[in-house]
Write a protein that binds this ligand. Sequence first.
Ligand SMILES: Nc1nc2c(c(=O)[nH]1)N[C@H]1C(S)=C(S)[C@@H](COP(=O)(O)OP(=O)(O)OC[C@H]3O[C@@H](n4cnc5c(=O)[nH]c(N)nc54)[C@H](O)[C@@H]3O)O[C@H]1N2
Ligand SMILES: Nc1nc2c(c(=O)[nH]1)N[C@H]1C(S)=C(S)[C@@H](COP(=O)(O)OP(=O)(O)OC[C@H]3O[C@@H](n4cnc5c(=O)[nH]c(N)nc54)[C@H](O)[C@@H]3O)O[C@H]1N2
Ligand code: SF4
Ligand SMILES: [Mo]
Length: 812
Amino acid sequence: MGRRQEGENERSLIMTQGESFVYTCCPGWGDHEFCAIKTIVKDGKIVRTEKPSYTGAEANEGYICQKGIMSCRQPYNPKRLLHPLKRAGERGEGKWEEISWDQALDEIAAKLLQLRDDYGPESLAMWDVVASVPPSQGLAAVLSSRFMGLWGATDPIQGYGLDNGPFYAAFFDMGDFYKYMTTDPANFDTSDYIIVWGANPIENQQRIAKHLVEARSNGAKIVDIGLLFDGTAGFADEFIPVKPGSDPALSLTMANLIIQDKRYNENFLLSYTVAPFLVRDDTGEFLRDAEGNYLVWDADAEAAAPMTPGEQASPVARMELDGVHEVGGVACKTAFACLREHVASYTPEWQEGVTGVAPEVVRRLTDEYVAAPNAYIFGALGLRYQNQGESYRSFYLLGMLTGNLGRPGAGVTSEMLPAGFPMIFNDTPITMPLGREGYKAKMLRQNEFINQVKSQEPYPIKAFWVIAGNPVHNCPNRGLWIDEIFPQMELIVDVDIWMTDTGQYADYVLPDCMPFERYELVASAAYNHIVLQEPAIEPQGEARDPTFLYSELAKRVGLGEYFDKTAEEWIEVRIQSKWPMIAGIQPPLTYERLKKEKLVRAATPPVNWDPFMGLQFNTPSKRLEFYCERLLPVGAQMAAYREPLEAPTPMSLGNGTAKGRYHFFSGRQRFFMQSMFTDDPVMADLSGGYPTGRMNPADAQAEGIKDGDKVEIYNERGHVTIEMKLDQQIPPGTVQCWFGWRHDAFEDGMYSELIPALGSDYTLNDVSKHWDSCVRAIGGFQPGFGTGGIGGMAGAWDTIWDCACDVRKVEE
Ligand SMILES: Nc1nc2c(c(=O)[nH]1)N[C@H]1C(S)=C(S)[C@@H](COP(=O)(O)OP(=O)(O)OC[C@H]3O[C@@H](n4cnc5c(=O)[nH]c(N)nc54)[C@H](O)[C@@H]3O)O[C@H]1N2
Ligand SMILES: Nc1nc2c(c(=O)[nH]1)N[C@H]1C(S)=C(S)[C@@H](COP(=O)(O)OP(=O)(O)OC[C@H]3O[C@@H](n4cnc5c(=O)[nH]c(N)nc54)[C@H](O)[C@@H]3O)O[C@H]1N2
Ligand code: SF4
Ligand SMILES: [Mo]
């Protein structure tokens, strides 16, 4: 197994006689921290996990958290799936028969072939939330993509709203998606002021937490703008609570104050944004000359001057920032003037009614943010409302107004994934062996998939295969899956390491290897390192890796010739990458070298990765587009406050759209990783032992609910009966339950019944539909783009927190 013996690596921690180690992707890696862990083995058993030993500039990076440390218990957990299972009773009844792999794959293959003959290959839908199986772009994703493309299966998670809003801002403001997902958190270290906005990195993202601590020890002030008084609120120097989904009202008030007080960075705005571009009053489009050039106002010549599209440099010595003109009979003003007028109604007094933040607090916050030499807005994924795109765009707007972008210590993040430089492997020959033309998978938007399953038009969908994910639990609404989607399926296959809420409704459940048991290439994990994952132990029970699964399946459906390699051979193909940071490694990165050294530093530039470095943008104007022409058709050219879908904010003030009196929130829990780790009794114990709800004591008193009472939380979609805890951390108007507990842990109902169906017609709006068509128009919605569903996810919102509910005490 190529394990390195004690003493071979001087950086490794102390190992005793007989111990050796391999590197492993942390099983908790779906938390976006992407850690590699050092797995220490003795006598064929894992004895513990430790931090990895990176080299070079990253030698002091790479820590692991309590979940990473506890993950080494998981392979031996008695609840783990160890045998292929075939349903013995009704779906969901929990009766299973243990069968052999041969029987499972023979039967599944025969059914797939029959469905293909009867309904066509696209009647098989393959679900892949790539984040779920560590590493997210590993062999499970790459090989299933290869299978999907050759078979011609349906890929149903395009326009799925998970972790997706940041893509909206990145696409329209900066002209890219993936580039802006990651930042090296070491960039925070030298910041003077950090606003953590709608995120809880202290409990959810330990690599970020490490650098927030670093920044504060260097003198930074940390402000948390959030809903709950969570771990990050406790850590921060100041906590500013806001009403759910109200953030754009606050951030745009900050923008207004910065503009009114002329505290913006004029030079940055003129050099890197569309601020000086003239905008037509009549159409809202940028004013252009006959050649199609943009026009700006030359302050010296007192005349319009052309700006060639794609040129970032200023065409004249002095461009005007703020002005109103008439050019060739067309009334126009600069984009900056449009912005100034647009945000003028966002006053500190007005926003208080939406956010609950006092006017003097927003004034002071703005002062501090502007005065800091280097300021960061750390936005992440806690803003799961339909208006999240407006929030993220407004954060980037604040960065543009103050010039806090593109240098260490200053920046804006939205989808905050901590990582070094992106690494791109040679995956296309694997995912698309017959080229892009030969890739036959059919992309469906999630809402189309839902509608199509219900109607079985325009083509029938009869089989559902879960490559990765636990949709019944994690892709609400639970009732949609159980009552509407699954009854249409003649075959449901779930591949996992645990029996999940999804697996319970499957016809076959297939046991995957854990990362500790299989080969992989660890990519984004590793702070500029390429790390080989080698098996630490033999697969437990009959668990088998994705190479086995897809090869054996392919063989039985006539695609065997395409699955002729071992996991190690596929990895050899993957590292033959032309990406300069891989291709430029010296001596060259070969599989032999990787096996010998276990991790190899990539040929990265001697700076930290920051997507804003160099301030080059791929928008139509090649500038930052806080004023975005492409959003004109839906009136969203500038960020604005839009009421969230189930508007809990005005509701709690007594005047809202009354879908319920409370806002329901089911955010993440420190000791769980989504629905993982719930099967470890120690982690479950640390999480309170069993699921409970929480609400503010003032609300509870008004409802006649006491601490520990049994309460039903309900809305028109579903309900859960749960023990209620009274907790000051939960703001009035809000009811909370931690995300992760399985359905079995509840006495009656389940919180995922309450939540709107993600990516459905209900959660999409005009803006998201327009966004989807814009992404398609530039070909970004391509088959197999990325290696799994994530490629086409843009075009929908997470609306998990847009969820109104009611509560009532259950009399016993
Ligand atoms: N331990 C652990 N870590 C995880 C995960 C896990 O399951 N467990 N999951 C991972 C995944 S997939 C993700 S996407 C990330 C998400 O991680 P985060 O981005 O940190 O998201 P959440 O923990 O859902 O919510 C963070 C905070 O957002 C705040 N919030 C809610 N509504 C609002 C609002 O309207 N305005 C503002 N300003 N704040 C609001 C709440 O105070 C909440 O504590 O975590 C990752 N990390
Ligand atoms: N109520 C509520 N719902 C939510 C959220 C919330 O905060 N509240 N958060 C949302 C967010 S941000 C996200 S990202 C999604 C996450 O949704 P999912 O990606 O579906 O969540 P996970 O539970 O991380 O992973 C899914 C499955 O992968 C399995 N798995 C883990 N390791 C392996 C492996 O090595 N091999 C195989 N085959 N399977 C493995 C896990 O056991 C789990 O069953 O949930 C979303 N849903
Ligand atoms: S932060 Fe996440 S990936 Fe890193 S050790 Fe913890 S659970 Fe694992
Ligand atoms: Mo997520």
